[in-house]
Design a protein around this ligand. Sequence first.
Ligand SMILES: NC(=O)c1ccc[n+]([C@@H]2O[C@H](COP(=O)([O-])OP(=O)(O)OC[C@H]3O[C@@H](n4cnc5c(N)ncnc54)[C@H](OP(=O)(O)O)[C@@H]3O)[C@@H](O)[C@H]2O)c1
Length: 356
Amino acid sequence: MDNRPRTAPATIHRRQFMKALGLGIAATAVASSHLFGAGAEAQTPGLITKQIPRTGEVVPAIGLGSFLTFDVLPGQPREHLREVIRRFSEGGGRVIDTSPLYGMAEVNVGDFATALGINDRVFIGNKIWSTGEYLADDSHAARSLEQSTQRLWREKIDLMQCHSLVNVDVIVPLLRAWKKEGRIRYIGVTHHEPAYFGVLAQWVEQGDVDFVQVRYSIYARMAEERLLRAAADRGTAVLVNMPLEKARLHKLVAGRPLPDFARELGIETWAQFFLTWVISHPAVTCAIPATANPEHLSENIAAMRGPLPDRDMRARMVRYMETIPGFDTLDEMPWYPDKTYPGVIGRAQRELRRRT
Ligand SMILES: NC(=O)c1ccc[n+]([C@@H]2O[C@H](COP(=O)([O-])OP(=O)(O)OC[C@H]3O[C@@H](n4cnc5c(N)ncnc54)[C@H](OP(=O)(O)O)[C@@H]3O)[C@@H](O)[C@H]2O)c1
């Protein structure tokens, strides 16, 4: 890689950028105030949005994940989660990713989206993780969909994904059938382990999946090799999980000032630095960082505003990170440094550790 310092133009027209990357126009990044609902448009001008290639539906480029962060034991304080969703929606956010596997997360998302009166504006990405009791048994998956619609107070789920490719040969045909029946609007497959990116790419290349969800961050760039290109070629929307590397990127830069060149992009926080980098890839539709902290939420959605870095600036951002000790071995840092999430999953994990 060319490490010479250069002065890159901070921004480039989005179409030019896509052309420069040779990615076609399958996933169109649009800096626009074009949002769902007149109310949202009035409140959130200048938001960075993207199109879902198969339909042209427009969604904001920063969403909200819910693993661990939205898992709170019944009876425990959870008002902070209402505030996270309130700020998310007020800031123009719509895409919320959850799963029946995330303890109480679906329940909390459903309760607060309903209580805040925004449930019909939220774009829910949910998942099926089901093996059934015998080969080709899809009854558990059917019950899972039923339970999710109840927990989320929804008749229809916007996007249903096969969680981490579990039982994928049975689940994807089932998702297709549900889509035909109008019970879900889009289908997708997910994973976060690079070892499975090849299989994810095959589903994108051969299949009719509308969405793929994959880990992609300024540290973990493996998805670029095949998957993001395939998604752009096939017109498959991309949700990005682990965009903050499960809080490890923030731990790495704790106490460190932002580089001066970040100001050229109007970047004021490390969250903006990491998330703007992710959503500036033309194939990326929406990054879904998770947080239980309203202040962090405000930082994260700020990445949906302002110019996006062009290809040179993205490379410069990576080169800067490479100068920080520990960046190249980030995978060795434990997930969620200095954090505990005391929900169903945290309790189960503690019990598991006690037994072993
Ligand atoms: N296979 C799959 O389908 C799969 C796998 C992984 C993830 N996912 C989905 O993708 C979502 C995102 O991935 P993830 O939750 O694993 O990781 P992530 O979003 O990269 O990281 C979440 C962590 O980052 C911290 N954080 C968030 N914003 C911050 C900020 N502004 N400043 C400092 N720290 C911040 C959060 O802590 P605080 O609570 O303190 O803010 C939390 O501990 C998940 O929640 C889930 O919905 C799906």
